[in-house]
Design a protein. Structure first.
Length: 394
């Protein structure tokens, strides 16, 4: 099949080339690389053949490289997003654009999943609270009933004791006492007390069982809540640094923009990058590079408030979200981080080195998007690199 295809395109190409050369000869155009290239580019027959030759190869190459990943995403990413990827391949889109579309679809799905998990967590917690409240009320009611029956039995026993005492006094005084009816009354009253005691025993047993089940249920609820908390934490955490990951950053920035619309409180971001990090990896290896990244994460974590958020933006880049902070204070915090980083001395095999960071700072402006905010911070970071690195630009 491949040989036939080559023969077909070869036979089709020959007359086109001969025709082009003939036209160049008639027009007395000197045959050079440039003149031939211009003639080929301008020839419609050659362009049609070129497209017919290359497009199937492109589609086959891209499809073979992308298709296994698309198959894995079926059922997770929406059919609409996958259809868009196939359309891009069929239209001959650039491979990087195809991959960006796939990554965008996956990122969007991750954000949706995280939001659904948050909603589910809130629902489960609300449901658990309601069930536990109901169980507690049932337990309290049963305990009140037991207390009531106990008091009732105690009163009955007291009345029965008084009746027996009265009977004894009457007999001693020689007063005629209707013994038979009284005995029947006492037997009936004693039977009633015995019935109440049986009921009390049953209620006490039920109460003990409910209390035991409720205690066990509370343990299971606490464990389930802890499992949900750990799972959610894992989905938003960068495992190397322990900081929040890029996916969670997208969520928090979007949330903060919404909150800004309601309350108008300023917030800023710090976008920082380790200077000359590639040299560190090349000279000392990726293990040392990872240690440098972890050290910067610790510095960042130390210098920001608990109410702020720190993220690993990607590779050796970090982003800090400073809440209720204006640009002046954000620059001050960024400068503290920069100064602390450059004072750290890394020692390895009798060799030591220091690292520096460049930080771009941006304050959110009303009405702008997350992308615009990140772009302004990235531009400041780029200018910091261009002007010599190891500096803060805001």
């Amino acid at each position: 099949m491949a040989d036939k295809t080559i023969e077909y395109y070869s036979e089709s190409l020959s007359p086109i080339i001969r025709g082009i050369l003939k036209k160049m000869s008639e027009k007395k155009i000197n045959l050079t690389d440039k003149s031939l290239n211009e003639a080929l580019t301008a020839d419609e027959d050659f362009n049609r053949l070129f497209q017919a030759t290359c497009t199937p190869v492109y589609k086959t190459s891209v499809t073979n490289r992308i298709l296994p990943y698309i198959d894995m995403l079926k059922g997770y990413v929406s059919d609409k997003d996958l259809a868009e990827v196939f359309l891009m391949i069929n239209n001959g889109s650039d491979l990087e654009d195809v991959i960006d579309t796939i990554l965008g679809a996956v990122s969007g799905q991750l954000i949706k999943s995280d939001k659904r998990l948050s909603t589910l967590t809130e629902f489960v917690e609300s449901l658990f609270k309601k069930v536990l409240t109901t169980q507690d009320k049932m337990s309290d009611n049963l305990e009140d009933n037991i207390r009531f029956v106990e008091e009732d039995i105690s009163q009955d026993q007291e009345l029965m004791g008084n009746a027996e005492e009265i009977e004894q006094i009457l007999r001693e005084e020689g007063i005629v006492f209707p013994g038979k009816p009284f005995n029947k009354f006492m037997e009936a009253f004693d039977s009633k007390i015995a019935g109440k005691k049986d009921r009390l025993g049953s209620m006490t047993e039920s109460y003990s069982k409910i209390e035991s089940e409720l205690t066990e249920y509370k343990k299971e609820v606490a464990q389930l809540n802890e499992n949900i908390r750990k799972y959610r934490q894992e989905t938003i955490t960068d495992h190397l640094t322990g900081l929040n990951n890029r996916k969670y950053m997208d969520i928090k920035l979007a949330e903060e923009i919404v909150r800004f619309g309601r309350h108008g409180q300023p917030f800023c971001i710090l976008l920082m990058d380790i200077d000359n990090f590639k040299n560190i990896n090349d000279i000392y290896g990726h293990i040392v590079g990872d240690q440098v990244i972890k050290h910067l994460a610790e510095v960042v974590r130390f210098h920001v408030r608990k109410s702020d958020f720190s993220f690993r933006y990607g590779g050796e880049e970090f982003l800090v979200l400073l809440l209720n902070t204006d640009i002046e204070n954000a620059v001050r915090i960024a400068e503290q981080i920069r100064a602390k980083v450059e004072t750290t001395n890394f020692t390895l095999k009798e060799k030591s080195f220091v690292i520096t960071v460049t930080i771009g700072v941006a304050q959110y402006m009303e009405g702008e998007s997350v992308e615009s905010l990140l772009e302004r911070a990235d531009k400041n970071l780029y200018n910091g690199k261009r002007f010599g690195k190891n500096r803060v630009i805001g």
